[in-house]
Design a protein around this ligand. Structure first.
Ligand code: BMA
Length: 335
């Protein structure tokens, strides 16, 4: 167990089995420094991962020379093979003023692989929604949000005739200049025009967050509701140097919640303790930015096993497993 154990105790739920790192820069055949925060889906008989690659910073200095999205395939969701070329570069994306692309999420819907991604521009952080081309040669962009918004995830089907997404706007001005941000929900008739925005889950609703929260993996449909992961940040200003940062005072954990099947604006239940907390060395001490668990993919297998993919320490991509019923029960339990 790493030095992170000195922080006030937050441990992963007993229902979680950590399987370790499934992808790191050593697996990537082009320039890569940090490989993490991936979107993962089961699509056309194999597992697909689109991951974030921040490159040009082997020594974990404060900044990187560039970012792109990489593509990997797997037959079992555990062993991954990365394609020779990045899936998406800034040049290929060709969005005005875009300086960085990151944190993709994947949703299979209507037989197509849909992607949400964050991108930074000179005039704010934005979120994109698109469809991955069938031959994985690129993507068709459907909509680009206004700033500041990111962490978008799509539900895998229309609900009451509308597409639905979770998102995380950054209302800095009204939150006193602090990064205290919440999870929002919005709807669309066509994946292009988004509206009917509403607050879904607020920071103060999450017992293990005192900073921001944000959507994680796209929802899975269960009998009891839509099961979805989120990240929760707790900040403690007594935390000191961590990773490259002189003062990295945040810790990211993963939480899980259940949303009403017919009205996903209603939270049916939520884990009262973190589902996944940073505990292993590669989560607490090693890496670019320590004490970060950032979930971006969740796959339900036929036998009830749930595979959860998360970025650790903004450096590697990891896998944890759990049983579907245990996850649902955790959301419904009082503890
Ligand atoms: C958030 C995003 C994530 C990252 C996290 C921890 O603001 O930038 O991509 O994993 O911070 O650094």
């Amino acid at each position: 167990m790493g030095k992170g154990a000195m922080l006030p105790l937050m441990k992963s739920s007993d229902v979680i089995t950590k399987k370790g790192i499934v992808l790191s820069k050593e697996d990537v055949p082009y320039s890569a420094s940090c490989v993490f925060n991936a979107g993962v889906a089961k699509y056309k008989g194999r597992y697909v991962m689109i991951f974030r690659n921040d490159y040009g910073n082997e020594d974990f200095k404060p900044s990187f020379t560039g970012s792109c999205l990489g593509l990997a395939f797997s037959d079992d969701g555990v062993k991954w093979k990365v394609e020779k070329e990045p899936f998406m570069t800034l040049e290929k994306l060709n969005i005005k003023e875009c300086t960085k692309i990151y944190d993709p999420r994947l949703t299979v819907m209507d037989g197509k692989l849909h992607i949400c991604f964050a991108f930074d521009t000179k005039h704010g952080v934005r979120g994109g929604v698109g469809i991955v081309k069938d031959d994985f040669s690129g993507l068709e962009i459907l909509s680009l949000s206004s700033p500041d918004n990111r962490n978008m995830v799509l539900f895998p089907e229309k609900i009451d005739g509308k597409y639905v997404r979770l998102e995380r706007p950054f209302p800095v001005y009204s939150r006193g200049g602090k990064d205290i941000f919440d999870v929002w929900i919005s709807k669309s008739p066509d994946l292009i025009y988004w509206g009917e925005e509403d607050l879904l889950l607020a920071v103060e609703d999450v017992p293990y967050a005192n900073d921001k929260i944000g959507p994680g993996a796209p929802p899975i449909k269960t009998d009891k509701g839509w099961l979805t992961l989120f990240h929760a940040v707790d900040r403690d200003d007594t935390r000191g140097k961590n990773g490259w940062d002189n003062k990295w005072t945040k810790r990211y954990t993963a939480g899980i919640m259940l949303l009403d099947l017919n009205d996903p604006k209603k939270v049916v239940g939520m884990s009262k303790l973190p589902l996944i907390a940073p505990e292993e060395d590669y989560e607490t001490d090693e890496g670019y930015r320590t004490n970060v668990i950032f979930p971006g993919g969740m796959i339900l297998e036929d036998d009830g096993e749930v595979k959860i993919y998360y970025g650790a320490s903004d450096t590697v991509e990891c896998l944890a497993t759990a049983n579907l019923d245990d996850l649902v029960n955790l959301c419904c339990s009082e503890k």
